[in-house]
Structures are given as structure tokens and as C-alpha cells.
Design a protein around this ligand. Structure first.
Ligand code: ATP
Length: 240
């Protein structure tokens, strides 16, 4: 579903992402973990097609994000770390706008907005302007906007930040359901305990380079993900 080959992204002299390669298959939930400034958001934005990159190739569902940007974007759902939505729009108008862009028919969009709006506990607030929403409500609305068009690849940048425990729990269930239906998730997080329970796979990035990746069970073995992560950070420190 997602294939990254030798991706490099520089900001001036700074190499933010340094020759990384990885794959995420349909049905997998892959956690993308790493210290602050490791290169997670840069990678997610490059996949989503909103940040140009210097070297390498990215394919989403077989579409090259550089040479087939519309085809790739059509199957991607990107949740940024701080969703910047249209404050003057009513939430329901925003959702209908998204549904129009992705050509979701009337009955399908209504059914999805009701089902997921209720599950995410935001259905009753959809008539209000987005500018009146709290941070968590905006986060829920952005997620609902993705579920309206049901992408094949969900790219989430720290999706659980700002969500209340009930909604976080519901989102985890929805992620698992979506995977059973053939979608895939690639999401950045600092909450390793959740990642360890929820994810089938993990990719660990440090200073722009991948220092560990694979099936969660194989990467963690008898250790916690937190211990694996801390050990990798220490190992690298020894090398520096
Ligand atoms: P965090 O966990 O704090 O969100 P991250 O892993 O998402 O971090 P990135 O935001 O991808 O990290 O940043 C990777 C590196 O690129 C950092 O050193 C950061 O300072 C740098 N960087 C990011 N955006 C820019 C930019 N627009 N201009 C210059 N440098 C940038």
C-alpha cells in the first residue's frame, strides 16, 4: 500500500530525512516513532504530497506521489498534527465539501457522517462553525473528514493527542476495522504503550535515519517497545 524507496529531504543544509526505505502493507497498522525532530512529520508530509523531497520515490497503492499526484492523493487520508480547518465553515459544510472533492455519493456520505460522527461523539455539534470548536473537536472533525471518503492509506500525525479517552478508544476500534477492510495506517506517535498494543508493525527513526523496523512482535520480542526504543537511542549515542 505504501512503498518508500531511498527518500531524502533536506531543508537547506539540514538533512531532515536521510535515505529511508520502508513498506506498509494493506491491513497493517504501523507506528512511526522517534525523538522530537527525528523526521516523522517531514516523512508524512512527503507521502501526503504536500512537501517536495530531494531524492527517492514514494508509491501509494502503486501510484507515484510525484508523477501521479492526483491519483495518489485520491487514496490518501492525511491527518496533520494540528488540523487547520476552515473556521468560518460549519462543520457539516466542511464534511460535504470533502465528500464532494472525493465524489462520495449522498447516501454514503450521510450514512458515514452519522455513523462515525456518533461514534466520535461530534454528530450533535456538526451545525456549528468550526471556529467555535475546541482543539479536540477539531481533531475529531478532521478524522471524520477522512472517514467520509475512506482512504486506502491513512497517514496520521500523532492522532491521539487532544482526544479524550473515550474517543481515543473508539478511534482505535475504527482503525482496526478499517484495516480488516483492507486499508492501512502509518502514524507517528510518542505514546509507545498504545503503539505496542495497537500496531502490527513499527518503524523507528533517529536523526532522519531508520534504526529499526519490522513486525511489532519481532522488534519487541520479550522487551517493551519503550525499552527497545531507549536501547536504540543509547546504542546510537555510543556510536556518536
Ligand atoms: P516531533 O516529534 O517534534 O514532531 P518530527 O520527528 O516530526 O518531530 P520533523 O518535524 O520532521 O520532526 O523535523 C525534522 C527536522 O527537520 C528537524 O530538525 C526540524 O528542525 C527540521 N525542519 C522541519 N521543518 C523545517 C522547515 N520548514 N525548515 C527547516 N527545518 C525544518
Amino acid at each position: 500500500m505504501l512503498k518508500i524507496k531511498n527518500l531524502t529531504k533536506r531543508y537547506g543544509e539540514k538533512i531532515a530525512v536521510n535515505n529511508i526505505s520502508l513498506e506498509v502493507e494493506s491491513g497493517q497498522i504501523t507506528a512511526f516513532i522517534g525523538h522530537n525532530g527525528a523526521g516523522k512529520t517531514t516523512t508524512l508530509k512527503a507521502i501526503a504530497g504536500i512537501l517536495d523531497f530531494d531524492e527517492g520515490e514514494i508509491f501509494v497503492d502503486g501510484k507515484n506521489v510525484k508523477t501521479q499526484p492526483l491519483e495518489a492523493k485520491n487514496v490518501i487520508g492525511y491527518l496533520p498534527d494540528n488540523p487547520d480547518l476552515y473556521d468560518n465553515l460549519k462543520a457539516i459544510d466542511y464534511l460535504n465539501f470533502i465528500a464532494d472533492v472525493f465524489k462520495v455519493d449522498k447516501s454514503t456520505r450521510e450514512e458515514r457522517i452519522k455513523t462515525y460522527g456518533e461514534r466520535l461523539k461530534i454528530y450533535g455539534d456538526l451545525g456549528a462553525p468550526i471556529g467555535t470548536y475546541s482543539h479536540g473537536m477539531k481533531q475529531k472533525l478532521a478524522i471524520l473528514g477522512l472517514l467520509v471518503h475512506k482512504p486506502k492509506l491513512y497517514l496520521f500525525d500523532e492522532p491521539f493527542v487532544g482526544l479524550d479517552p473515550l474517543t481515543s478508544h473508539e478511534l482505535k476500534l475504527i482503525m482496526q476495522e478499517e484495516c480488516k477492510n483492507g486499508s492501512a495506517f502509518f502514524y507517528s506517535t510518542h505514546v509507545l504503550e498504545v503503539a505496542e498494543k495497537l500496531c502490527t508493525n513499527v518503524v523507528i527513526i533517529k536523526d532522519g535515519k531508520i534504526v529499526g523496523q519490522g513486525e511489532m512482535e519481532k522488534v519487541t520480542k520479550d522487551e517493551s517497545l519503550e525499552n527497545v526504543f531507549l536501547e536504540l537511542e543509547k546504542t546510537d549515542e555510543k556510536h556518536n
